[in-house]
Design a protein around this ligand. Structure first.
Ligand SMILES: [Zn+2]
Length: 442
């Protein structure tokens, strides 16, 4: 493919809206039919409301289908959302849920192939080209993190460097010495890495070939992206993905940065009023609801993201026709993003319940050198006689084990947090909201 072409897949990326919606309608019928036949979870769900695949004829008919969210999907554990033979599975990832904390996300070879395709489109869209190098500092593990852009870079003909997160000095050395052109990571880690380079006296803007940064997995503001661009000497692009859909790579900024193009040949994105569930007018603010149209293994149909944004279809100046998701301006639930992980306060409460000697607790989230700082203060119950140091270690390792994030933990005397045992017996203070992480944009 000539390196000067503006699109990786011109036929799909510039497909007229009418054709794209006709394709989406066909795909919606197929995926609902398959979910109904193969997924016990969806069959039960649709039977309860009297819906069969025959009721889904047009794209608008999607509104007949009930929503699914993490709480409901939790009941599908472990195989309820699977809609192919188990022998066809090639990779499994996991999303978090408020109660069970883990929901398997399945992928067949075709799912991995489509994941690679949409990430290749993104890498091309932000200006990277075959023969160049992508240092991928998203986390590699059960969450989908690093894998999408790893597959996409290879598909597009780039060299993938699966650096994952951490080992910051080595990452900086790689960026400079290997002449890396593109980097993908969480914005908070980007700030940390950029500031570490400064501490070492390295000006990445002058001493590296870096020119493109892809940032996702946590909220970002314009101010933060501007800072990243200065620190790393790059153009900063936002990308969007959810573990439930093998994100990242569901949507990304093009060079015009008027919203993130959501790939309509793989996903259907709706924007609804979170209270009534009815669609909002195009361009109005609402909750994003996603349907994974191209999925072969995991059924995810009308899945509520709890992300608040706007969706616009107007053709973009870049020539792409796929709908654009504007900035994520907030959430409709109480999920917290800590170091790129989604954490539910209810789950934290479950972990604390493992310790009968402790009462109410307080969580403080802050931003230190660009990275999330997560600390928990727990009240010791009146009369409890414990080795505080051992208790602190046990709480820290329990939180780490159940929620993946490791907090700093302090044990404080009964009553000192000013919290009652009444519901909820905890308080969350998130100073990051005032530090530019959630600033206004676009
Ligand atoms: Zn565009």
């Amino acid at each position: 493919m000539p390196k000067t072409k503006p699109f990786w897949n011109p036929e799909i990326e510039t497909m007229p809206r009418q054709d794209l919606e006709a394709l989406q309608a066909d795909m919606l019928r197929d995926v609902v039919d398959r979910a109904y036949r193969k997924s016990p979870f969806y069959r039960d769900l649709y039977r309860k409301v009297g819906i069969t695949p025959r009721d889904i004829r047009s794209l608008e008919d999607v509104r007949k289908l009930p929503f699914v969210d993490k709480e409901l999907a939790d009941r599908a554990y472990p195989f309820g959302m699977l809609m192919c033979e188990r022998s066809e599975l090639r990779q499994v990832h996991a999303a978090t849920t408020p109660s069970r904390q883990i929901l398997p996300i399945w992928a067949t070879e075709a799912d991995l192939d489509r994941w690679a395709e949409r990430c290749a489109r993104i890498l091309w869209m932000v200006g990277l080209r075959p023969g160049e190098k992508l240092q991928n500092a998203f986390r590699f593990g059960l969450s989908t993190g690093g894998f999408g852009f790893h597959l996409g870079a290879m598909r597009m003909g780039m060299t993938s460097i699966p650096a994952s997160i951490g080992g910051t000095d080595r990452q900086i050395d790689f960026l400079v010495d290997l002449g890396v052109e593109g980097i993908a990571m969480m914005p908070s880690y980007g700030l940390f890495l950029g500031m570490r380079a400064l501490e070492r006296g390295i000006d990445l803007g002058r001493e590296s070939n870096l020119r493109v940064g892809l940032f996702g997995a946590e909220p970002t503001s314009t101010r933060m992206k501007t800072r990243l661009a200065e620190l790393l000497g790059i153009k900063a692009y936002g990308e969007y993905g959810m573990n439930e859909f093998l994100g990242p790579g569901m949507a990304c900024h093009c060079p015009f940065k008027k919203g993130m193009h959501a790939w309509g040949d793989q996903f259907l994105v709706e924007c609804i009023d979170p209270g009534t569930g009815e669609p909002v007018a195009e361009g109005n603010s609402g909750e994003l609801v996603w349907t994974w149209l191209s999925a072969e293994a995991t059924a995810a149909i009308r899945f509520r993201s709890h992300d608040i944004s706007r969706v616009v279809w107007k053709r973009c100046r870049c020539g792409r026709t796929h709908p654009r998701v504007r900035r994520i301006s907030g959430r409709t639930d109480d999920a917290l993003s800590i170091g790129g992980f989604v954490i539910y306060p209810s789950r934290l409460q479950d972990v604390m319940a493992l310790f009968p000697d402790v009462g109410p607790f307080q969580v403080i989230l802050d931003s230190v050198k660009g990275l999330d700082d997560f600390s928990i203060s727990v009240e010791l119950r009146k009369g409890a006689e414990v080795d505080e140091r051992a208790l602190t270690d046990r709480i820290r390792s329990a939180v780490c084990s159940y929620l993946v994030c490791t907090p700093s933990v302090q044990v404080v005397p009964a009553g000192s947090l000013g919290l009652s045992e009444a519901d909820p017996p905890f308080r969350i203070i998130d100073y990051r909201r005032f530090s530019g992480r959630y600033g206004a944009e676009e």
